[in-house]
Design a protein around this ligand. Sequence first.
Ligand SMILES: Nc1ncnc2c1ncn2[C@@H]1O[C@H](COP(=O)(O)OP(=O)(O)O)[C@@H](O)[C@H]1O
Ligand SMILES: [Mg+2]
Length: 385
Amino acid sequence: MSHDTQSKPKKDSKPKKKMPRYSAERIIGSGSFGTVYKAVNVESKETVAIKKVREDKRYKNRELEMMKVVRHPNIVALVDCFYSKSDRDIYLNLVMEFIPETLYDTIRLHAKAGQTLPYLLTKLYAYQICRSLAYCHERNICHRDIKPQNLLLDPDKHIVKLCDFGSAKQLKDSEPNVSYICSRYYRAPELIFEESYYKTSIDLWSIGCVIGELFLGTPLFQGDRSVDQLVEIIKVLGTPSKQEILAMNPEYTQTHFPVVKPLPWKIVFAGVSYENEPVPDDAIAFLSCLLKFTPNERLRAFDCLAHPYFDELRLETTKIPHGGKMPPLFNFTNEEIKIAKKKQILNKLIPKWLENGNTNTNTNDDNDDNNDSSTAQQTKSGQQL
Ligand SMILES: Nc1ncnc2c1ncn2[C@@H]1O[C@H](COP(=O)(O)OP(=O)(O)O)[C@@H](O)[C@H]1O
Ligand SMILES: [Mg+2]
């Protein structure tokens, strides 16, 4: 539903709920799907991000539907939404909490300065990404565009939040899905093989690529085109076996690839060192659980949380390298606790030293304060959103 911002209220109409107004400060992102603004709620002075996307009557906007249902400490929160009009087009505006940076920004900043991201931070970020995806995958929601640009970062609190549900979809086992999704460097090999019955495990491949990039400071597999992307993957993982090709796409008939031996991960990360030490073995062990050709063999997002790689985060003595508070890692929702109990990993996820403390400070099971105020609005600065 849309209202014209210019229309005057009728004298005898009931008092309407007052809609917040937003003042746009600047553009913080513009892509093929729309523009993202940093804005301020004029009344509350709260800083928000507003993603403005042109409505296309032919397609259902899945992003709004998704944003309304997903609620997790590691997923960007939708705070409001409204429609606006300009040049006869109707725009959907998703108002979100504002998060200052992305993983992309911090990776590039460190790379430019010739620095590696501190090892503990890479682990903190990886853990939070896994948590956000465990939440989505529990609902069979596949994000389908995991990449550093879609992982927001609060650099002071070290909190990571997943954003951009523009490609996300709830997968159904029996239904095919388009395979031309996900940004090239992060595309799972089954997508390159044009498999349409893929699972949420495509996101686990992408997480593996993001973690590799956190270590390297540059994308792990950088193909120039879709096929080159596969070549880059094969250079590291080696040629997939016939069985692995079938697991990626049972209909794939062309199985003649040049035989390439896998490259040990130690060599891939040979240029990376943390205080003169190479990338630790547990990190490499974790990464190899994600970057597997066979989709079903990839570790599931929730199980990732219990991997020994993350044990360091559960130690009472673990501290942020240059001071500062650790981000919340144990603010499990009731749902997460239920799943962890079922998987018998709750004892692992909640360390002993925290057991009598307040571990569940942030229950996010209810969805009742998601509001959809479908009203046209205009920013104070006159910029119509
Ligand atoms: N809630 C937010 N807070 C701050 N910046 C954001 C927020 N949401 C998106 N951005 C910025 O805008 C960019 C584009 O947003 P995104 O939702 O990924 O749109 P697109 O579909 O165009 O990729 C992000 O990469 C990020 O830099
Ligand atoms: Mg994006």
